[in-house]
Structures are given as structure tokens and as C-alpha cells.
Design a protein around this ligand. Structure first.
Ligand code: SAH
Length: 257
């Protein structure tokens, strides 16, 4: 018996939630995979596209608590690939937008394992799209910024004051816990406190819930209605162009939007 042939890893973006927002390429690769490593945010319906008898490993975080550390995930990826398997590492949205895809790619490259990235539709574009909020608009926003609201695990704090004066549309991932302080920092940096804003929980899914309103009011409404993870924030003049802006300060459920 010779050396086992090394397998390969596909870093796959599954899209924001709605199962139809996955790419054809992702579905094709899922059908070939021997081992699937799934993040928590990934719609479980993707399992309809995998072969029978594949190994499915859940590695996501639950309630903010990692069920598997990043090192453990890296090790799993390396081990399965080295045993000759085709590994599908599936993440919510896009693997390279706040998805730790970069870290996994580096760990695999260090072991000489082939990696292919299959981009996905990130929640930062899909969710505003579903709410008919254009991220850029010729007259209202010339740029858009994707920023993390969580600086846990030693991450660097974003420069909120600089973002406040950038006149960009600001899309905040993982911002739920700190949205109050984030809003204060943006306002201290010069952003108007009535800047049109939106918070969307479970965007693109049947359980989608949205709140729109002036920034300061939105922060209060998010607490009042106990929004939960995953929630994304969109802050900027573009928010008021959505047809849903007429329903600002109302809890908007998917079936009624
Ligand atoms: N790689 C993912 C982001 C992972 S970080 C992507 O590209 O979308 C996790 C954060 O993404 C959540 O805290 C939330 O802010 C956002 N998010 C992901 N899916 C979402 C959804 N369906 N609705 C609202 N926010 C979502």
C-alpha cells in the first residue's frame, strides 16, 4: 500500500440563510464531499444536497459559546484532508467576511493542503437587499463599509469616529451586544443621531424580523423587542429609501413585509 492520497478542502459560503441564496458551485461541491464541517448559521436544508453516508460535523458556536475552538476546527480540517477526504467547510454568508476563512486557509496552506474558496452571498449585502435598502446610492452614499461590532478575542476596536465622518453606509456584523455604545461613539464622531438605520434579525429567512428608525430610537427599539442573534445593522441615509421606511419604529415580520 502506498501513501494515502491527500484530499482537499473547499471553503464554502452558504449564503445568508435563504436556501436559494446558495451558489450552484457550492451545491455541486457539496454533492462530492466526504466530510462536511458546518457552522451554526448555515441553513440545515443544505444537507438535502449531500451524498448519503457523509460525515457531518457541527462546529458552530451556540449562544456565543464555541462548541469547538478554532484550533480544533483547523485540526479536524487537516486530519480529514490528510486521510484523503474531500472536505466541505461550510460557513454562513461568505467565508472571507467575518468568517475566519482566512485563518483556516492559512492553517491548511501550512500543511500543504489544497484549498478552494467558493464565495457566498454575505448577509451584509443580502439582508439589506431583501429589505430593499440600496447600500450605495448616487445621491446618498458613495461607499459602504462592513465592520464588526464585536471586538472579543483581542480584536482591534474599529475607529467609529472615522466611520462616522466617512459618509459611508455602515453595515455592522455581530453588533447586537454593543449597539448602544457603538451608536454613542458614532454620534460623538459627528454622525447625526437621527440617521436612518435598520436592524434585521434572521434576514432572508421565514423568521426574519426588521426594525427601522432614526439611530437613537432604533437602539431603544432593539432592546424593547429583544432582538437576538444573528442581527445585522445598516446605518445611513440610504435606509430611508426603502419602502419599509414608512413603517419605521414598527416590528416588521417577514410575512407582512
Ligand atoms: N460570514 C458571515 C458573517 C459571520 S459573522 C456572512 O458573510 O454573512 C456573524 C454575523 O453575521 C451575525 O452576528 C450577524 O451580524 C450577521 N448575519 C449572518 N447571517 C445573518 C442573517 N441571516 N440575518 C442577520 N444577520 C446575519
Amino acid at each position: 500500500m502506498g501513501e494515502p492520497v491527500t484530499g482537499e478542502v473547499f471553503l464554502i459560503g452558504a449564503g445568508p440563510g435563504d436556501i436559494e441564496l446558495i451558489t450552484l458551485k457550492a451545491v455541486r461541491v457539496l454533492k462530492q464531499a466526504d466530510v462536511i464541517l458546518l457552522d451554526n448559521l448555515v441553513n440545515r436544508d443544505i444537507l438535502n444536497y449531500v451524498r448519503e453516508g457523509v460525515t457531518v460535523i457541527q462546529v458552530g458556536k451556540r449562544g456565543g459559546k464555541a462548541s469547538c475552538s478554532q484550533e480544533e476546527i483547523n485540526t479536524l480540517l487537516v486530519q480529514h484532508a490528510k486521510s484523503g477526504k474531500t472536505v466541505a467547510r461550510v460557513k454562513g454568508g461568505d467565508p472571507f467576511v467575518f468568517g475566519r476563512g482566512g485563518e483556516e486557509m492559512e492553517a491548511l496552506a501550512a500543511e500543504g493542503i489544497k484549498v478552494t474558496v467558493i464565495p457566498g452571498i454575505t448577509s451584509g449585502t443580502a439582508v439589506p437587499g431583501a429589505l430593499q435598502i440600496p447600500l450605495t446610492h448616487r445621491h446618498l452614499a458613495q461607499s459602504v463599509v462592513f465592520v464588526t461590532g464585536s471586538t472579543r478575542e483581542g480584536g482591534k476596536e474599529p475607529n467609529w469616529a472615522a466611520l462616522a465622518s466617512s459618509e459611508s453606509t455602515i453595515v455592522i456584523y455581530m453588533g447586537l451586544t454593543h449597539i448602544g455604545t457603538i451608536a454613542e461613539k458614532l454620534i460623538a464622531g459627528g454622525l447625526r443621531d437621527d440617521t436612518p438605520s435598520a436592524a434585521v434579525q434572521n434576514g432572508t429567512l421565514p423568521q426574519e424580523v426588521a426594525l427601522l428608525g432614526p439611530l437613537t430610537e432604533l437602539v431603544k427599539d432593539v432592546e424593547l423587542h429583544h432582538l437576538e442573534s444573528p442581527t445585522i445593522f445598516i446605518i445611513g441615509e440610504v435606509v430611508k429609501t426603502s419602502p419599509l421606511w414608512t413603517r419605521r419604529r414598527e416590528l416588521i415580520k417577514k410575512e407582512s413585509s
